[in-house]
Design a binder for this molecule. Structure first.
Ligand SMILES: Nc1nc2c(ncn2[C@@H]2O[C@H](COP(=O)(O)OP(=O)(O)OP(=O)(O)O)[C@@H](O)[C@H]2O)c(=O)[nH]1
Ligand SMILES: [Mg+2]
Length: 399
């Protein structure tokens, strides 16, 4: 099964290029792994998922991706960097750009650029979808703080939801630095998140601050650039999206990389409630669901029992249903062993609360609001978005 990726704005395009690079490298390395048959199956599955094999001999595979930005600079560079790798490329006609960006204004992206170019962008996605024998889902990548990724990205997601009502849509979002360079980043983030909440099947967030800390503290990088940060994000994303065995049978790779069970189950009172209450009142990070992905040596003997501890989950959730484990015996991205955790938990509560709080303070003094109202986003629209996110915050706070 295949995934169509839509890269939007500077951030989405730059991280998207790193992601395809990791996937292409990892997939090629797998071919020489032993046992050979296993490596070959992994390679074939990964290629079908992310690349179109070119019909004519001699050319490299092209990514199942659409590149969108409202200015040409980043797209031109992204396409050139991919081609320079000599291992993969972007399709010749799979990008859409204009002359001028959205100026860090969500309303400009969502109300002007999005609707104006809906048809052209939709056609590009449709062409990629039609090239897939079996479509597993659509992955969009963007930042929430700028104007194009956030505004056009939200608009595109809304259109994708209309055009592909039964297709799984996963939004990968990059969260701005807390002390970010965009003054209205919290407005743009609030507007993006509250809208995507309605259209998306799953939202996967990478916080720039958290990834920056990984670069500084774990990797000892001195002068950290976006490229360093993006490599870490791409590594994490790749380890989620590359082939893995999702069940107990190891005969075949799971066909659908997006078959994650993201649904929150119906509440029922679990037995762990009384014992776990004390821990959770101390600010414990309670989870709704966790997905653990293990890759490399010894994956079948790794002890993952700790993830079954009911104390990790909210009381009305049976712990055995709240954790899924995927495994692949092949090393990932040259790491002998790796483990990745995708967690639907309270970990985003603090940054979300902080972001909504900052946006609310600015809104209370009506700062920069005219820049949004002039593109047709009213104060009422803002209030609806705040209400939506306050509800999300409250639901997660009282898990
Ligand atoms: N991790 C990471 N963050 C980025 C990158 N580029 C930009 N950002 C973050 O993204 C936000 C700005 O959004 P951009 O993606 O530059 O904006 P855009 O979508 O191109 O929108 P406009 O330029 O306003 O049209 C800020 O929070 C930046 O910190 C990148 O390559 N990697
Ligand atoms: Mg830009």
């Amino acid at each position: 099964m295949s995934v169509v990726t839509v890269q939007l704005g500077q951030c989405g395009n730059q991280i998207g290029q790193e992601l395809f690079d990791v996937i292409s490298n990892d997939s090629n390395d797998a071919r020489t792994c032993s046992p050979r048959a296993q490596g070959k199956a992994y390679h074939a599955c990964s290629q079908e998922r992310f690349f179109n094999e070119e019909a004519s001999g001699g050319t490299v595979p092209s990514a199942r991706a659409v590149l969108i930005d409202m200015e040409p600079k980043v797209i031109t560079r992204t396409i050139a960097t991919a081609a320079k790798s000599g291992r993969w490329k972007y399709g010749e006609q799979s990008f859409f750009c204009q002359k001028q960006g959205s100026g860090n204004n969500w309303a400009n992206g969502f109300r002007v650029h999005g609707p104006r170019h809906q048809e052209a962008m939709g056609d590009l996605v449709r062409r990629e979808v039609e090239r897939c024998d079996r479509l597993a889902g659509i992955l969009t990548m963007m930042s929430v703080a700028g104007g194009t990724g956030s505004g056009v990205g939200t608009y595109v997601t809304q259109c994708l939801r209309d055009d592909y009502p039964h297709t799984f849509i996963l939004n990968q979002l990059t969260w701005p630095y807390c002390t970010g360079e965009v003054i209205v980043q919290n407005y743009n983030s609030v507007l993006t998140l509250s809208h995507l909440y309605q259209y998306s099947d799953a939202i996967l967030v990478h916080e720039n601050d958290a990834v920056h800390r990984i670069c500084a503290q774990l990797m000892n990088i001195k002068h950290i650039s976006f490229s360093d940060v993006n490599k870490v994000i791409a590594h994490q994303l790749g380890s989620v999206l590359q082939p893995a065995h999702t069940g107990h049978t190891h005969s075949q790779y799971s066909r659908n990389p997006m078959g994650i069970d993201w649904q929150v189950r119906a509440p029922s009172v679990g037995q762990g409630a009384a014992e776990t209450r004390g821990i959770r009142e101390l600010g414990f990070n309670t989870s709704l669901a966790n997905l653990l992905i293990l890759r490399g040596k010894d994956v079948s003997s790794a002890d993952t029992g700790g993830f079954l501890d009911p104390a990790l989950y909210c009381p009305w959730l049976p712990a055995e249903g709240a954790i899924s484990t995927w495994r692949s015996p092949l090393p990932f991205n040259k790491y002998e062993k790796s483990a990745t955790l995708v967690s639907n938990s309270q970990s985003l509560l603090k940054p979300l609360d902080h972001m909504v709080g900052k946006a609310w303070n600015m809104f209370a003094s009506r700062a920069y609001i005219h820049q949004y109202t002039k593109f047709g986003i009213s104060e009422e629209d803002f209030l609806d978005c705040f209400t939506c996110l306050e509800q999300v915050i409250s639901s997660y706070r009282y898990l």
